[in-house]
Design a protein around this ligand. Structure first.
Ligand code: PLP
Length: 439
């Protein structure tokens, strides 16, 4: 018997009458997988519960922020205490500097940090800052990378645009789009050619630390380091976007892993953060060397501001999350990621479904389909078998496992994915693999 989703279906119909597509962020509409989008009412640890009372082991984790699991008692307590003192003042609060210090302690290449409210704001501001610092107009981004929904960064973007197979967005002027050069990921020759042609006009290269919005596609060994050296030789800055990977792929993001392979002294100029850094509330950040960051107002000529920037509830959630994200947390995340990754591989192999399991630290995802080698760019992952993903997704959902409703998103474990949660996932996998095999 299939799961009762009567209330979710009724809420979806009701929301569709007053909210475009019934959702406030496109992928939530289940457009690419079909079926009834679940309306969630609560979450605890590794589990979420929908409005019909169905419980799922969650592998979405609020798209990343729930590193410690849902409603972690210490985070909830910190937010409640902060709320009791006032929801926000539009003035500085003591914990903002503490959060900046905690981030800088994990990311030694950062000297100054500014708090904003969303990852979109963080990357948008980083780009303005790069243009302000270099006095150059052009930005280089990679196809399939997603950096939020500001106009200049939507071309060939991952995440929801990949899910909906949209090459970009209407409403972005040709002039704005023309200031972004989109290149294939992991292709150093393409980057060299772009610098040879436009070198003196490129303000910055922005790259996801490890791409995770077209599914997970890690950088090839040496790619990010070579990218930084090439950009710097040409007087351009490098923005490493850790909104998704930050404090999740490892204690110090994917850059913490990548750094080991990069020559000493080679480092990005700016980093962006979101998701985990806000512990589930709207908070994001950008950081970098003092000489660049101090170009921001009120010290310098690059303007940025926010009514809710440094909001005390969001700061309390982020600070408490990071302080609890210790070595045990990262061990638990790695253990959960290893377990799910190996069980999904075993189940798909047993059912004869061709796939690649892609990994970046504790982040991973599955690309369905036959490929000569592990996919390394957007053009390749776009050829995956989304129909198999759809069948697999629905079988997992029906068995009580909430996967991202898109073939182009990473899977997110939490430190709360204990043996019981992992066993439920393992029990669901063989049936889902068989469903994918039947497509
Ligand atoms: N950058 C990356 C790498 C992301 O994954 C995202 C969101 O998924 C963003 C930026 C945008 O963040 P937000 O959704 O908070 O605006």
């Amino acid at each position: 018997m299939s799961m009762d989703t009567t209330r979710s279906a009724a809420l979806a119909a009701r929301a569709s009458r007053v909210i475009p597509g019934g959702v406030n962020s496109p992928v939530r509409a289940y457009g690419s997988v079909g079926g009834t989008p679940r309306f969630l009412v609560s979450g605890s640890g590794a589990y979420v519960t929908d409005v019909d009372g169905n419980e799922y082991v969650d592998l979405v984790a609020s798209w990343g922020p729930a590193l410690l699991g849902h409603a972690h008692p210490a985070v909830v307590d910190a937010v409640q205490q902060a709320a009791g003192r006032g929801l926000g003042f539009g003035a500085s609060v003591p914990q903002e500097a503490e959060l900046a210090e905690e981030i800088i302690a994990r990311m030694p290449d950062i000297e100054r940090l500014r708090l904003v409210s969303t990852g979109t704001e963080a990357t948008m501001t980083a780009i303005r800052l790069a243009r302000g610092a270099t006095n150059r107009p052009l930005i280089v981004k990679f196809a399939g990378h997603y950096h939020g929904h500001s106009d200049g960064l939507l071309a060939e973007a991952g995440s929801g645009l990949a899910t909906l197979a949209m090459p970009g967005s209407a409403g972005v002027t040709a002039e704005t789009a023309g200031q972004t050069l989109v290149l294939p990921y992991n292709d150093l020759a393409a980057l060299e050619a772009a610098f040879a042609q436009h070198g003196e006009r490129i303000a910055a290269v922005i790259t996801e630390s490890a791409a995770a919005n077209m599914g997970v596609v890690p950088p090839m060994p040496g790619f990010t380091g070579a990218l930084i050296e090439l950009a710097h030789r040409n007087g351009a800055l490098v923005i490493v976007d850790e909104v998704l990977t930050g404090f999740r792929a490892s204690r110090s993001g994917y850059w913490g892993i990548e750094k080991e392979q990069v020559p000493a002294g080679v480092a990005p100029d700016l980093f962006t953060f979101g998701k985990v850094v806000g512990g589930g509330l709207p908070l994001a950040a950008l950081g970098g060397r003092a000489e660049i960051m101090d170009l921001l107002a009120p010290l310098g000529p690059v303007y940025q501001a926010g009514t809710l920037s440094g909001n005390p509830l969001a700061v309390a959630a982020g600070l408490t999350t990071l302080r609890h994200a210790d070595d045990d947390t990262y061990r638990a995340l790695a253990r959960a990621a290893d377990a799910v990754a190996s069980e999904v591989s075993a189940a798909l192999t047993a059912s004869g479904v061709p796939f690649h399991l892609q990994r970046a630290g504790t982040l991973f995802s599955v690309v369905f389909g036959e490929f000569a080698e592990a996919p390394r760019d957007y053009a390749t992952v776009q050829r995956q078998n989304v129909a198999q993903h759809r069948a697999f997704f629905h079988a997992m959902l029906e068995a009580g496992v909430n996967l991202p409703p898109s073939a182009f998103e990473a899977w997110f474990v939490t430190a709360a994915h204990d043996d019981a949660a992992l066993e439920r996932i393992a029990a669901a996998l063989p049936g889902a693999a068989r469903a994918a095999a039947e497509v």
